[in-house]
Ligand binder design. Structure first.
Ligand code: HEC
Ligand code: HEC
Ligand code: HEC
Length: 422
């Protein structure tokens, strides 16, 4: 063998070893399916319901108008759109055949029963902090719920993030959190609060800034971030603010009530607080006590960068949604426009109007076909877009048409029109 060939073959075999090692890291074994277990005692199921509530599972796993926990809610990430999955105990489309071991592996390591990696938009980084008992209880609750047949909606992740095994690299870099023992110097209430905030509550999922790979910056935990175009403010130093939070105000706010000086949660915090309101009040008190003990962070600069990021993120969320859900018909290149010479959406009266009502109503309800006649048809989006997504979409489209006069009160309009939508 010539010297040169030797080098080539060495390089090739090293490469193969590298690939083999990488693949070893990138795949996980399948866990064998089982017959759905249903024998659990009712106290355990009731405890499990609380874990599921504390974990906001329904906020992501139930789409507007959809069946409880049957999935299908779009989550727009900088890497593409991801749909939550069906976690009802349906044997074919849900987790009905999952043994407890498979559920624990998904919740702690982000690996599905068949061995594929789950995207970290599913906050397993936090759920891995849950105790064995809490996970077993959650499992008992899920397995005894009503099974719903609802196949998964295919994800639309962009290259390279559409290659799931890449998540293994993400996990190696960022999946560091480990269950922590109670801190002896602190009260039981404080420890419970920390467990709920860091674990099931996954408050950092929204309140901690992300790095460019979409991982939480642990060194800036809870110092404020951006989610779906909303500012999720810093949760540090709440007791020392210009308008300080009291324990009573914080407990009320976290339970979706209206409180003095601070109002009530809106946007993505609304469903979180509605879930917290269903927990025993002692748990909410524990969360509040823990938060109030957190000192302010040293840097105030994060607040400003959060503001700028809010504006940018909302714009890109709106653009991504338009590309994904509307451009197929309303984009410049859409056949509907080139064939029939229709106006751009920005030129229509719905988008030119000073109020967003008609725009939002059209998107919620769509345009039903006239029976027996060919004519324009547009699907209704009430069930697939949540309020934040609708807001970002409306802002994006309006900004294309009339940037000088943005629509105000979008959230109130959406709420009101949702009530009317059948
Ligand atoms: C922030 C949104 C979000 C929350 C909150 C959330 N999930 Fe998920 N979950 C997802 C997404 C998105 C997926 C799909 C990930 C993928 O396909 O890679 C998922 C996947 C899963 C899976 C894997 C299902 C499968 O078929 O592989 C399980 C199990 C699961 N979630 C359970 C839960 C439980 C239990 C809770 C509450 C304690 C919860 N999730 C809360 C977004 C969420
Ligand atoms: C899905 C994203 C999301 C999650 C998860 C989330 N929050 Fe929030 N939170 C927000 C947003 C957005 C706001 C701003 C809401 C508003 O302005 O009405 C907010 C506001 C707050 C505020 C008010 C802060 C202030 O200065 O006004 C508190 C307190 C709070 N959240 C606590 C929590 C706690 C505790 C948890 C975990 C149990 C949590 N949040 C989980 C998104 C989230
Ligand atoms: C399957 C094709 C289709 C999709 C997808 C679609 N639309 Fe439409 N849309 C239509 C048709 C057809 C009309 C009727 C107007 C026409 O024929 O020119 C319409 C009308 C509208 C109007 C009223 C315009 C007017 O003439 O006053 C608005 C606003 C609108 N769409 C917004 C959206 C938004 C926002 C999305 C994405 C969430 C969307 N549409 C997705 C087909 C579609």
């Amino acid at each position: 063998m010539s010297r040169k060939n030797l080098w080539v073959s060495a390089a090739v075999s090293l490469g193969l070893v590298g690939v083999a090692v990488a693949f070893g890291l990138m795949w996980r074994p399948t866990i064998d399916p089982i017959e759905r277990p249903t024998e659990f005692d009712s106290a355990q199921i009731a405890r499990g319901a609380q874990v599921i509530t504390a974990g906001d599972c329904a906020v992501c796993h139930t789409r507007p108008g959809g069946k409880y926990l049957a999935g299908g809610l779009p989550l727009v990430t900088p890497f593409g759109t991801l749909y939550s999955t069906n976690i009802t105990p349906d044997a074919d489309t849900g987790i009905g055949k999952w043994p407890l071991e498979a559920f624990e592996r998904a919740m702690r390591d982000g690996i599905s029963r068949d061995g594929h990696f789950l995207y970290p938009a599913f906050p397993y980084k936090h759920y891995r902090l849950l105790s064995d008992n809490d996970l077993a209880d959650a499992y008992a609750f899920l397995m005894t719920g009503p099974p719903v047949y609802e196949p998964a909606t295919p994800n639309r992740m962009k290259f390279p993030m559409n290659i799931r095994p890449l998540v293994s690299g993400w996990n190696l870099m960022f999946l560091r959190s480990e269950p922590f023992p109670p801190t002896a110097q602190e009260s039981q209430q404080w420890n419970r609060g920390r467990y709920l905030v860091e674990g099931a509550g996954h408050c950092g999922g929204c309140h901690t800034p992300l790095n460019f790979l979409g991982a939480e910056k642990d060194s800036h935990a809870l110092s404020g971030s951006v989610v779906d175009g909303w500012e999720a403010p810093s949760l540090l130093g709440l007791a020392g603010r210009e308008k300080p939070w009291t324990q009573a105000q914080l407990v009320g706010y976290l339970q979706a009530k209206v409180v003095d000086s601070h109002g009530t949660p809106a946007g993505p915090m609304r469903p979180v607080s509605q879930e917290l309101a269903r927990l025993p009040v002692t748990d909410v008190e524990a969360i509040a006590a823990y938060l109030l003990s957190l000192p302010a962070s040293d840097s105030t600069s994060n607040a400003n960068s959060v503001r700028t990021a809010v504006a940018e993120e909302s714009a890109s969320l709106g653009r991504d949604l338009f590309q994904g859900a509307c451009a197929g018909c309303h984009g410049t290149a859409a056949p509907m426009r080139s064939i029939d010479g229709r106006p751009a959406l920005t030129a229509t009266s719905a988008v030119q109007a000073s109020e967003p009502v008609n725009f939002i109503k059209t998107v919620l309800e769509g345009i039903a076909p006239t029976p027996g006649e060919p004519g324009p048809v547009m699907p209704p989006f009430a069930a697939s877009l949540n309020d934040q997504q609708l807001t970002a979409l409306a802002q994006f489209v309006r900004n294309q048409a009339n940037p000088a006069q943005p629509w105000s009160d979008l959230n109130a309009t959406i709420q009101a029109l949702r009530q009317e939508t059948p």
